[in-house]
Design a protein around this ligand. Structure first.
Ligand SMILES: *Cc1c(COP(=O)(O)O)cnc(C)c1O
Length: 339
């Protein structure tokens, strides 16, 4: 296949107009330093042995709320003006973003209201309640919860903190990319869990700016892979939300997506989809071989390697994005019960 020079030029021109820049991410890093954890990047001897390449795990499971979402939430809240902060924050969440907003709000002394659907696992709801946030459970989908956010923005003038489609949230998540490149200067590939695309988009902006040759691979579950469907269609499309072991990857990208669709379409080299059995195998590997309790969404990078669905060449970083699964479900999956 030949690629026309004009195509390359127009693609790079498009990239110059991306909605989030390396400078945004560097500013985010300076803003959130000391308020989020600089997580360890550890070598996995089992995955390095299996692939013949140096494979490293970025342990976002070690953030205070058990997931990387604290980076974006903290950066977005710190970027608000004082008046917007004082009115109080509101967000919709499948769990981890809501928990991160609640945690950051409490740290910064700001009230927060978290809207979520009845599909969100109880352990995640309780974790948010424990952070003093006001909770509203509405409908059966992320879209229902999002509509409640919009009502509260209108009726109570609360300030929305979107889960992914926001420049400051994406810039916060992108700080993971800065840390990885700093520690792995020969970085060749990053495997990133992909849902709304804040995580993958932010990391891709940082890594591609610093290491243009590095490949960024987004990984979702087959059951309701919204960004994959959008990239295939050339625009955001609605998808049916289904239950999955990777519950934190559920939900649409928003039909009016402003930021993350363009980032993922233009910067991801590939999107890989996994079956439920493959995700379960990833969780088992994380527990048995790496000694890490990782929720389904957090293990998709490991799972993609075990499933033979990604080919690695050179130093690789896998984002273990979160650890929030209730112990009983985790035990059941890790002990080998069918998914
Ligand atoms: C939110 C989340 C993701 C996906 O992040 P997006 O920015 O929505 O793509 C992956 N893993 C975990 C644990 C999450 O909470």
């Amino acid at each position: 296949m030949t690629i026309m020079k004009s195509e390359i030029l127009s693609r790079s021109a498009e990239k110059m107009m991306l909605p989030v820049t390396l400078a945004d991410i560097e500013q985010a890093a300076a803003r959130i330093v000391g308020r989020v954890t600089r997580t360890p990047l550890v070598r996995s001897s089992s995955l390095s042995g299996l692939t013949g390449q140096p494979v490293h795990l970025k342990l976002e499971t070690r953030q205070p709320v058990g997931a990387f979402k604290l980076r974006g939430a903290m950066n977005a809240i710190l970027s608000l003006d004082e008046a917007a902060r004082r009115r109080g924050l509101v967000t919709a969440s499948t769990g981890n973003h809501g928990r991160a907003v609640a945690y950051a709000a409490r740290e910064l002394g700001v009230p927060a209201t978290i809207c979520m659907s009845s599909l969100v696992p109880t352990n995640k709801v309780e974790a948010i309640r424990a952070l003093d946030a006001e909770i509203r459970i509405v409908g059966t989908s992320q879209d229902d919860a999002q509509e409640e956010v919009e009502r509260l923005v209108q009726s109570r003038s609360l300030t929305p903190i979107p889960p992914f489609d926001d420049v400051d949230v994406v810039a916060g998540q992108g700080t993971i990319g800065l840390e990885i490149v700093e520690e792995l200067p020969d970085l060749a590939t990053v495997l990133v869990p992909l849902s709304g695309g804040g995580l993958a988009g932010g990391i891709a902006v940082a890594v591609k700016a610093l290491k243009p040759q590095a490949r960024i691979i987004g990984i979702s579950m087959e059951r309701g892979a919204a960004m994959h469907a959008a990239i295939a269609a050339g625009k955001p499309v609605s998808i049916r939300e289904e239950e999955t072991l990777a519950d934190s990857l559920g939900g649409g990208i928003g039909l009016k997506n402003q930021v993350t669709f363009a980032l993922c379409r233009d910067l991801l080299d590939e999107v890989v989809l996994l079956t439920e059995d493959e995700i379960a195998a990833g969780m088992r590997h994380a527990a048995h071989e790496e000694g890490e309790i990782v929720e389904g969404a957090g293990t998709v990078g490991i799972a993609a390697i075990l499933a033979g669905k990604v080919r690695l060449s050179g130093p690789t970083a896998i984002i273990l994005s979160g650890s929030n699964i209730d112990p009983a479900s985790h035990r059941k999956i890790v002990d080998g019960a069918a998914a």
